[in-house]
Design a protein around this ligand. Structure first.
Ligand SMILES: NC(=O)c1ccc[n+]([C@@H]2O[C@H](COP(=O)([O-])OP(=O)(O)OC[C@H]3O[C@@H](n4cnc5c(N)ncnc54)[C@H](O)[C@@H]3O)[C@@H](O)[C@H]2O)c1
Length: 247
């Protein structure tokens, strides 16, 4: 097991990519803080991990708050006495044409999708420096690189997250800390399904624009790039979309 004895925070652990990621870390022997604004759904993820013999604790966090992002990191260190991996997966992606984006819409998306992971990175770097190293994985989006209509606020946040990640990777490398950014294509999650639309289920060819990714396919890459096997993978952008967008 690649993560025996290691401590991992997964944000957004109650649903979609975050849940799949937490479950996979659990199978790999990690001790997990399953963080989410929806504590009930994080609790269900924890039940699944424990049911499979793993170790996890649920944690309520609203990542739009710097104080709560910091408390989350402190809680992991309090529960498990260290922090090896922070997986910043939580995110929201409400749609609006640019001329209808309100100040509240922009503030909320930037707070959850950029400010939250930014301050979680800040606290994680402090904790990891003190113990001699660690790994951060940020989950961005292809919208950081190409124009997708009705996603202006989201694109701003995810583009910012890609840029912040590069700086953290450069600053923290000398302390044994790596940071990689995973860039999923359209992935079949409760969050995306809630927005409706037709869901292509078929097609296994590459480029895989015929079907959506499965959350487990994104989780595999998050877990791999934070493992010791990826020890020289730092500051990388890992596009996981089956070749849908050749950036
Ligand atoms: N699904 C896709 O097609 C897709 C594509 C590219 C990138 N992404 C990114 O992948 C990540 C996961 O998306 P998903 O599709 O699994 O979404 P999802 O809606 O299924 O799950 C997101 C989770 O984040 C939690 N969350 C929302 N706001 C939060 C907050 N303020 N504080 C803490 N937790 C909060 C939700 O409660 C939920 O459990 C997001 O960062 C998203 O932007 C998704």
């Amino acid at each position: 097991m690649r993560f025996s004895g290691k401590v991992v925070i997964v944000t957004g652990a109650g649903s979609g990519v975050g849940r799949a990621t937490a479950l996979l870390y659990g199978k790999e022997g990690a001790r997990i803080l399953a963080a989410d604004i929806d504590e009930g759904s994080a609790g269900k993820t924890v039940e699944k991990i424990r049911g499979a013999g793993g170790e996890a604790e649920p944690f309520h966090v609203d990542l739009s708050s710097r104080a709560q992002a910091h408390s989350m990191v402190e809680a992991a260190v309090d529960f498990f006495a260290r922090l090896d991996v922070l997986a910043n997966v939580a995110g929201i992606y409400p749609r609006a044409p640019v001329e209808k984006v309100t100040e509240e819409h922009l503030d909320r998306v930037l707070a959850v999708d950029l400010k939250g992971p930014f301050f979680a990175c800040q606290a994680a770097v402090r904790a990891m420096k003190a113990q001699g190293g660690g790994v951060i994985v940020n989950v961005a989006s292809g919208t950081a690189f190409y124009g997708l209509e009705e996603h202006a606020a989201y694109s701003a946040a995810k583009g910012g997250l890609v840029s912040v990640g590069r700086v953290v990777a450069v600053e923290a490398a000398r302390h044994g800390i790596r940071l990689n950014t995973v860039v999923p294509g359209r992935t079949d999650t409760p969050g995306l399904r809630a927005r409706g639309g037709s869901i292509p289920e078929t097609g296994d060819t590459v480029p895989a624009n015929e079907r959506w990714m499965r959350p487990e396919e994104i989780a595999e890459v998050i877990v791999w790039c934070s493992s010791d096997g990826a020890g020289m993978v730092n500051g990388a952008l890992l596009r996981v979309d089956g070749g849908w967008k050749m950036l």
